[in-house]
Design a protein around this ligand. Structure first.
Ligand code: NAD
Ligand code: ZN
Length: 385
């Protein structure tokens, strides 16, 4: 069966592997129909996520058809059309029981992440032993553990893969950003990053009744998409973000959202106590957000950071009484409600899709998505049957 392997920095390769089999009674095997590349994959693609092993099977956003199930699977049947949750949850630990699925205590027993980054969250597909040793889903087939918890059944066959695929990750992530920031009717919100995640964050902010939405990026095609969703835009390569925001909205937005995450600019890996930590240096988004947000406002971080960011403006944060929240998405808490909203036609997340390619061309797709060339925003990878 066809899979995509990570071999090193900017090096991903199609390979053939034995088809996965059920290894636990709660597993399901999915025949993947569509998968996609996430901005989180780029951190790994660019070699910034230390701890990956060469030949790991990557990918964490997908959907498909259930081919077989283990004897303990109750909610899912063979032949069901399903979306797969990117974070893998057990459904039974204290975190899962309170809806904090991506903080699941059970599904990632790997010590690798804890040793390298000082913390450990849930299991996830496609980061191999860093997140519990689960093979990724940029592949023809994927094994899904705790299938009752980690699969969302799509009953309505009028919905295309593209309409529901991103419930696997970024549709839920973008909703999470709005929840963390507390975006609601009349809110003013500024969103750094107009990649797939930032654009869907704009879409949901509008849906939730935000009064004004600002989208900040330097790529014109992406800013143009944000405008189609009702955002005002700032090109940070032309205008100073802090000054422009202060002009457009004196006092600052109620909510600032970081949908960019870290960029590993300094190339520093240094020894700290017994562990090797990664030091990231891309503090400008957080700096700007904390400086720009109105007094008493909220900063939500859904762009990925793994460890430190230098120069954190702690004084501004403290004096202005800012609330700051972060986190990985909680798919299972949101996806039923968000599916209904999509099904009712109230939002259409397909506006981010710019390219559809066969899985066999995944290496080319990574390059385009990484370089943001050819107007690439979101690439859907189709499995050839
Ligand atoms: P992407 O790389 O396509 O988008 C990032 C965008 O940020 C790009 O358009 C880039 O031009 C822009 N950008 C770079 N520097 C900027 C700056 N200083 N100010 C404003 N914009 C800037 O990736 P994506 O798929 O949209 O993902 C975005 C982030 O979300 C990534 O860090 C990814 O890892 C993270 N993510 C988090 C979760 C979660 O659950 N928390 C889930 C999925 C993705
Ligand atoms: Zn992702």
């Amino acid at each position: 069966s066809t899979v995509l392997e990570w071999h090193g920095k900017k090096d991903v390769r199609i390979a053939q592997r034995p088809k996965p089999i059920i290894t636990d009674d709660s597993d399901a095997i999915i025949h993947v129909t569509s998968s996609t590349i996430c901005g989180s994959d780029l951190h790994m693609y660019n070699g910034d996520m230390k701890g990956m092993l060469s030949k790991d099977i990557i990918g964490h956003e997908c959907m498909g058809i259930v081919e077989s199930i283990g004897p303990n699977v109750k909610n899912i049947k063979v032949g069901d059309r399903v979306v797969v949750s990117a974070p893998i949850a057990c459904g039974q630990c204290e975190y899962c029981k309170t809806g904090l699925f991506s903080l699941c205590d059970i599904t990632n027993d790997s010590k690798v992440m804890e040793t390298m980054y000082g913390h450990r969250i849930c299991g996830a597909f496609g980061y191999s032993h860093l997140t519990g040793g689960y093979d990724g889903c940029q592949a023809e087939w994927v094994r899904v553990p705790f299938a009752d918890v980690n699969l969302l059944k799509i009953e309505n066959n009028r919905l295309t893969d593209e309409q529901v695929l991103f419930l696997s990750d970024i549709v839920c992530t973008a909703w999470h950003a709005n929840v963390l920031g507390g975006v609601g009717p009349g809110t003013t919100v500024a969103i750094w990053g107009a990649g797939p995640v930032g654009l869907l964050t704009v879409m949901w902010a509008k849906y939730r009744g935000a009064k004004r939405i600002f989208s900040i990026d330097c790529i014109e095609e992406r800013l143009a998409k944000a405008r189609t969703q009702g955002a005002e835009t700032i090109d940070f390569s032309k205008d100073n973000v802090i000054e422009t925001m202060q002009k457009l909205l004196p006092g600052g937005p109620d909510v600032c959202i970081d949908a960019v995450g870290f960029r590993y600019t300094k190339g520093m890996v240094h020894k700290m106590q017994r562990a090797v930590f990664l030091e990231t240096d891309s503090p400008e988004v957080l700096d700007e957000a904390i400086v720009v947000v109105r007094k008493g406002g909220s900063v939500a971080i859904i762009g990925d950071y793994f460890y430190k960011s230098n120069q954190f403006p702690i004084g501004t944060f403290m004096e202005k009484a800012v609330t700051m929240r972060g986190g990985q998405l909680y798919c299972q808490s949101y996806w039923h409600d968000l599916l209904k909203i999509i099904e009712n036609g109230e939002v259409d997340p397909t506006f981010i899709v710019t390219h559809t390619m066969e899985l066999s061309r995944a290496a080319e797709a990574y390059k385009m998505f990484d370089e943001k060339s050819d107007g690439t925003i979101k690439v859907v990878l189709k499995t050839a049957f």
